[in-house]
Ligand binder design. Structure first.
Ligand code: NAP
Ligand code: MG
Length: 397
C-alpha cells in the first residue's frame, strides 16, 4: 500500500511523562503505517526545555506562525517539586501560556462523544464547544479591603493629562472593592478567532455576557462582536449556512441545557472557566476533551485538554502496565492532519483523519476501552491497557 503524501509539515511539539509514551505509540501504530508523515519536530519535554532555556518553546510557536498547523503533546508546567525532580535551571513558564501569548489565540474545548457513554444532560446529542476568552477581567483584577467609611473612586488619567473620574461608592463602614479591565484589541482577536473557528467547523456561534447589568463593560464585548460580524463574517456565515447570535448569559445557560448541542459557545474569561468544567463533566471525562488554540490570523494548535497523567507515569516507570486513555491525543493528531489536508487540498489526508477517528470510536463502541471509560460504560466491556487499546484501533483502521 502506498502511503498518503503530505505537502506541508505539521509542527510537532512532543511533551512529557505518560502522554510522551502514548505519543510515540500513536505515531508508530496509527499514523506512520498510512501517512508519509512530515513534521517539523520540537521536543517540548521538560529536560529539553531546560537545556534550551525554554528557547524550544518559542521556536515551536514561531514555527506554528510560519507553517500554520501544530499538534502538541501535554507538557509539565514546572512547580517547586519539579525543580528538584528535573534539576531545573529555572521554573519555566507554562508552554501553553507562552504559545497562547505568542499566537494571541483563543482556546476551544470540545468533548468527544461515544455511544455507550451518556452525557448527564440527556438532550445533548452533539458536542458543545466552549470558546474561552483568555485575557483580563477578574484574572487581571486589582482589589482591596476597605477599612472604613470613605469614598471609592474610579480615576483614569490620560497620557495627555485628561482626567475621567467616577464615584464607585460612598462607604459608611468596612467593605471590599475591585477594579477590572479589558482591551479592545484583545476582544477583537477573541471575536475573530471565534468567527473563524465557527466557519472552520461549520457550527453556529453563540456569545453571551451580562450586558443588561454591565451596560458599558460587557456591552463593549457585545458591540465589538457585532461590528466584526457585520463587516467581516455575515456573508461568509450565510454562505456556510450557519448563524451567529448574541444572548444574555442566563438565557444562554437555559438554552444550552435544553439544546441538542452541536454549536460553539463563546464566553468571557470567568464564564468560560466555569462553563468549560461544567460542560466537560456533564459530557463524561477529561480524557475525552480536545482542545484547539486558534489565532486571529488562522493558525491552529491541537492538543488534548488533559495533562501528562503523572500518576500513571510513575506506575509505568515501576514497570507496571497502565490503562491511560489516548483518545484526546489521537484526536489532536487527527484534527491537525485534517486541517493540514484542508489547507493543502489533500482530500486523502482529510479522509484518513476521519477514518482514524472513526476507528477509535468504533473500537470503544465495540466494547474495548481503557479503564476510565469502562467505569462510565453501561453494559459489558473489556478494559485493556493503553498498548492493547491502540492495537485494537490499528486493527479496525
Ligand atoms: P492530568 O495529567 O490531567 O491527570 C489528572 C488525573 O486525571 C489523572 O491522574 C487521571 O486520574 C485522570 N486522567 C487525565 N487524563 C487521563 C487519561 N488520558 N487517561 C486516563 N486518566 C486520565 O492532570 P495533573 O495530574 O493535574 O497534571 C499532571 C501534569 O500535567 C502537571 O505537571 C501539569 O503541569 C501538566 N498539565 C499539562 C497540561 C497541558 O499540557 N495542556 C494540562 C494540564 C496539566 P487517575 O489517576 O485517577 O486515573
Ligand atoms: Mg478552571
Amino acid at each position: 500500500m502506498s502511503k498518503i503524501v503530505m505537502k506541508t509539515p505539521l509542527v510537532e511539539m512532543d511533551g512529557d511523562e505518560m502522554t510522551r509514551i502514548l505519543w510515540a505509540d500513536i505515531k508508530a501504530l496509527l499514523i506512520e503505517p498510512y501517512v508519509d508523515l512530515k513534521t517539523e519536530y520540537y521536543d517540548l519535554g521538560l529536560p529539553h526545555r531546560d537545556e534550551t532555556r525554554d528557547q524550544v518553546t518559542i521556536d515551536s510557536a514561531n514555527a506554528t506562525k510560519r507553517l500554520g498547523v501544530a499538534v502538541k503533546c501535554a507538557t509539565i508546567t514546572p512547580n517547586a517539586q519539579r525543580m528538584t525532580e528535573y534539576s531545573l535551571h529555572e521554573m519555566w513558564k507554562s508552554p501553553n501560556g507562552t504559545i497562547r501569548a505568542m499566537l494571541d489565540g483563543t482556546v476551544f474545548r470540545a468533548p468527544i462523544l461515544v455511544k455507550g457513554v451518556h452525557p448527564t444532560v440527556r438532550t445533548w446529542e452533539q458536542p458543545i464547544t466552549i470558546a474561552r476568552h483568555a485575557y483580563g477581567d477578574v484574572y487581571r483584577n486589582v482589589e482591596m479591603k476597605i477599612p472604613g467609611a470613605g469614598k471609592a473612586e474610579l480615576v483614569f488619567t490620560g497620557e495627555d493629562g485628561q482626567e475621567i473620574r467616577q464615584t464607585v461608592f460612598e462607604f459608611k463602614g468596612p467593605g471590599i472593592l475591585q477594579g477590572v479591565h479589558n482591551l479592545d484589541a484583545s476582544i477583537t482577536s477573541f471575536a475573530h478567532a471565534c468567527f473563524q473557528y465557527a466557519l472552520s467547523v461549520k457550527q453556529d456561534l453563540w456569545f453571551s455576557t451580562k450586558d443588561t447589568i454591565s451596560k458599558t463593560y460587557d456591552h463593549r464585548f457585545k458591540d465589538i462582536f457585532q461590528e466584526i460580524y457585520d463587516t467581516d463574517y455575515k456573508a461568509k456565515f450565510e454562505a456556510a449556512g450557519i448563524e451567529y447570535f448574541y444572548t444574555l448569559i442566563d438565557d444562554a445557560v437555559a438554552r444550552v441545557v435544553r439544546s441538542k448541542g452541536g454549536f460553539i459557545w463563546a464566553c468571557k474569561n470567568y464564564d468560560g472557566d466555569v462553563m468549560s468544567d461544567m460542560v466537560a463533566t456533564a459530557f463524561g471525562s477529561l480524557a475525552m476533551m480536545t482542545s484547539v488554540l486558534v489565532s486571529p490570523d488562522g493558525q491552529f494548535e491541537y492538543e488534548a485538554a488533559h495533562g501528562t497523567v503523572t500518576r500513571h507515569y510513575y506506575r509505568y516507570l515501576k514497570g507496571e502496565e497502565t490503562s491511560t486513555n489516548p483518545v484526546a491525543t489521537i484526536f489532536a493528531w487527527s484534527g491537525a492532519l485534517r486541517k493540514r489536508g484542508e489547507l493543502d487540498e489533500l482530500p486523502e489526508l482529510m479522509a484518513f483523519a476521519d477514518k482514524l477517528e472513526q476507528a477509535t470510536l468504533d473500537t470503544i463502541e465495540s466494547g474495548v476501552m481503557t479503564k476510565d471509560l469502562a467505569l462510565l460504560w453501561d453494559g459489558e466491556c473489556t478494559a485493556v491497557n493503553s498498548k492493547a487499546f491502540l492495537q485494537a484501533i490499528a486493527e479496525k483502521l
